[in-house]
Write a protein that binds this ligand. Structure first.
Ligand code: BGC
Length: 763
């Protein structure tokens, strides 16, 4: 039911809906299932139901609309009751997407609810949304995802959701037709208020603005406590960074207002946070405030999908620890129901490439299993009939007149359809996700195959090695040609699909796609390698993907590695890679005898590098290497997010290689862990832990002179293999028997904690 009228399609106001009802007998238990077109908060007898925020989240609503279920036994009373909801425009009706269009899914917000009451005597009663519900405008006079919220407390309706509440201003509601088949049980983590960060300081900028600083770039709300008279205003305008002069910098938000306004009503002392929007910020300009604002009046509340924290990385290098912190906060900031590119500007979309690149790192940091599975359902649902994968999911681009160059199927972006399920399987060992997504993966590979010409794949709009520094001045497109990135990913995804088919025992597919895989690889080799073993494309990214995706003819491996080292030297040891090359750079080096170079790259502190950002004061990961340049100027405001998780994908190297925590592909889920740490970078200590489905698994090393002590934990009912590529003589074997192999000492073991020490291998 909707409290809005069709003519209000352009409105961003909030509404109340409610229904009074009576219960008759002794209540045993009661549950409510609810969802909305828009964002909703459910209330029963004046109390908020559950702890969810921003429900029902964002899905491809016309295909999946998640409903939530709550136990409300404790909130029901014998006698008079009122079930109610507050609704806002949200992703459903509000302005969203690169076209700045509103009403992407519909024109009126609406609530669907069913309350089931079970009485002690075995009888039941249901209360459902129907024509008897009444509606009214709420004090939320404006709320939009990009622009923020305006709350006018003068319009509050005290006791609106309590028995005996007044009728004034309430009107009939309207039934909104909706395809009920879209209803899907939530089945995934829900968005909640997570961290609470007190303000660090309130200060005045050189330009004279009063600003509150939370010391951390984040996604969520500001909760403010203040006293005021009716009509007084609190107005906060959020932003991520100060400019070189220390002044408010909001240009990179583009058209997003990120503004929150509270207008006082009768109540003098209030505590308020918005509810129908979210903001990406570290700072807020205090544009209006009753009295002098003090830091203890402001708390930042983070909002993201509730997921179990699973992984940690720690080293002896404080800058590297800060980088890990930034990666984790980049994740917190961009896992708000769907994986977004960024949380602040007028974008915040489910860009498939970003989600693909960061997925493996994310799977280590928190348990993303249900989060990604929910999103992958929409990846499949939004695929084109030919199997093309949209650039953003939920897909807001399809059919747009502004995207005539193509709205789907870019290499590295579309490959999320295969790579993400595979990563979930690796991290959590559950084959179900591979089954669920199997047809979607197959369709995506089919799409690439059908659009390939003699196995070289390319299609309409490609992002290539997006935002690489080897792009032409001012361009976003890196220097590596699309034919190469497309075909490399075509091979990689097809190769993964073969592995997936084998894991699921679908051997016919496995052999058919193995054949396809081999043809792509052969073509790649013929096209992108010269006879002398050099690559036809002299970019870092070309070499990285060729190496990491295993596309290099064995005879040319050394030349390719040398080629990559030369390209690194040419840049004085710096990367110039974008979305495609960056995630695998350290892997391509460390897998090919260049552990030292991988550490050098990771630990570079001058521009461009991961630690350059850290040294510039970053608290999350930036979109551009030159987001903030050494001279204090910035990359153009039209696309300069300071909270973009993509380059945080280096986290997986820290986890998998530095700490050496890896699951075997055959079993997945750390049923068989491969502990293969690589010592280096001048670190005296490094380690990682992961809360696997079997229990905690960890690897931690410490360096004392030439002696290295490695401590590993292997959970019960699992096995492990320990590979010590950097070991010379073993000084203490922890009770394990190591055998010498070409790759260094190796031992097999079961569960337990083992402390092993060895002398570092002489190079
Ligand atoms: C987003 C990226 C995204 C890209 C695609 C940008 O606007 O922020 O992270 O993947 O577009 O080219």
């Amino acid at each position: 039911m909707s409290a809005e009228r069709e003519e209000e399609a352009g409105s961003s106001k909030g509404t109340y809906l409610r229904k009074a009802f009576k219960t008759g007998k002794k209540i045993k238990e009661a549950f409510v299932c609810a969802t909305a077109l828009g964002i909703y908060y459910l209330y029963l007898n004046g109390k908020k139901v559950g702890e969810d925020e921003m429900a029902p989240g964002w899905t491809s609503y016309r295909k999946h609309l998640c409903y939530q279920t709550y136990d409300v036994t404790g909130l029901l009373r014998e006698g008079g009751n009122v079930l109610g909801a507050m609704l806002g425009a949200g992703w459903y009706k509000g302005l969203m997407g690169l076209d700045h269009k509103r009403n992407n899914y519909g024109t009126q917000t609406a609530l669907l609810a069913q309350l089931l009451i079970r009485y002690e005597d075995g009888s039941t009663q249901t209360v459902v949304t129907d024509d008897s519900w009444e509606g009214k405008d709420s004090p939320v006079v404006f709320a939009e995802i990009y622009d923020g919220e305006i709350y006018d407390a003068r319009l509050e309706c005290p006791g609106w959701c309590e028995p005996g509440a007044g009728k004034q201003g309430w009107h009939k509601t309207e039934r909104i037709p909706w395809e009920k088949r879209t209803l899907t049980a939530q089945g995934a983590g829900k968005v909640s208020q997570m961290d609470a960060l007190p303000a660090k300081r309130v200060f005045v900028t050189p330009g004279g603005d009063t600003v509150v600083d939370f010391g951390q770039n984040l996604t969520g709300w500001i909760q403010v406590s203040a006293k005021g008279r009716p009509g007084d205003v609190i107005h906060l305008e959020c932003f991520e960074t100060l400019d070189a002069a220390g002044n408010v910098y909001r240009e990179n938000l583009r058209t997003a207002k990120e503004s929150v306004k509270y207008i006082f009503g009768e109540q003098e002392a209030i505590t308020y946070h918005p509810s129908f929007t979210f903001l990406g910020f570290r700072y807020a300009k205090i544009t209006e405030f009753p009295g002098e604002p003090k830091p203890d009046q402001f708390t930042a509340k983070t909002l993201h999908t509730k997921m179990e924290p699973t992984g940690e990385v720690h080293t002896s290098n404080p800058l590297l620890n800060q980088l890990w912190h930034n990666i984790v906060w980049g994740m917190k900031g961009n896992f708000l129901d769907i994986p977004t590119d960024c949380p602040q500007r007028d974008e915040r979309l489910g860009w498939t490439g970003d989600a693909q690149i960061f997925c493996r790192t994310a799977c280590s940091i928190m348990n993303t299993d249900t989060f990604f599975r929910k999103w992958l359902k929409d990846v499949a649902a939004d695929q084109t009939p030919e199997g093309g994968v949209p650039h953003v999911v939920p897909d807001l681009l399809a059919g747009s007149e502004n995207w005539t160059q193509g709205t789907h199927s870019a290499a590295a972006w579309g490959d999320a359809a295969v790579i993400n399920p595979w990563n979930l399987y690796l991290a959590y060992g559950d084959k179900e996700v591979l089954k669920e997504q199997y047809d979607s993966m197959k369709a995506w590979i089919g799409f690439m195959k059908n659009h390939a010409v003699d196995y070289i794949w390319n299609y309409k709009l490609q992002f290539g090695d997006w935002v690489a520094l080897d792009a032409e001045e001012g361009s976003y497109y890196g220097a590596t040609p699309n034919d190469l990135t497309c075909t490399a990913y075509f091979a990689y995804s097809t190769g993964l699909f073969v592995k997936i088919a084998k894991v699921l025992g679908r051997y016919e597919d496995a052999s058919a796609y193995q054949e396809l895989y081999e043809k792509i690889v052969e073509k790649f080799r013929k096209t992108f390698f010269n006879e002398d073993g050099s690559m036809t494309v002299q970019t870092q990214t070309a070499h990285i993907v060729a190496l990491y995706f295993n596309l290099v003819p064995e005879a040319f491996r050394e030349t390719t590695v040398e080629g990559l080292r030369n390209l690194l030297r040419k840049e004085n040891g710096h990367l110039v890679t974008g979305f495609v090359g960056t995630p695998y750079f350290c892997h391509a080096l460390s897998q090919n005898g260049c552990v030292r170079e991988a550490y050098d790259l990771l630990l570079k502190e001058d521009f461009p590098s991961w630690l350059y950002q850290v040294k510039m004061g970053a608290t999350t990961v930036w979109e551009h290497w030159d987001g903030l340049k050494p001279d204090g100027t910035m990359w153009s405001a039209d696309m300069n997010s300071f909270n973009h998780y993509a380059y945080g994908a280096v986290g997986e190297w820290m986890f998998r290689v530095m700490a050496g925590l890896e699951t075997s592909e055959k079993e997945g889920g750390y049923q068989h862990t491969v502990i293969a740490p690589r010592i280096g970078g001048g670190l005296t200590e490094a380690g990682a832990s992961f809360r696997s489905v079997y229990g905690r698994v960890s690897s931690h090393w410490e360096v004392q002179g030439e002696r290295i002590t490695l401590t590993v934990e292997i959970p019960v009912n699992t096995t492990a293999e320990i590979r010590l590529a950097d070991a010379g003589e073993i000084l203490a074997d922890g009770g394990l028997s190591f055998e010498a192999t070409q790759e260094g000492p190796r031992a097999l073991t079961g569960s337990g904690t083992y402390v092993i020490s060895f002398l570092r291998k002489q190079e």
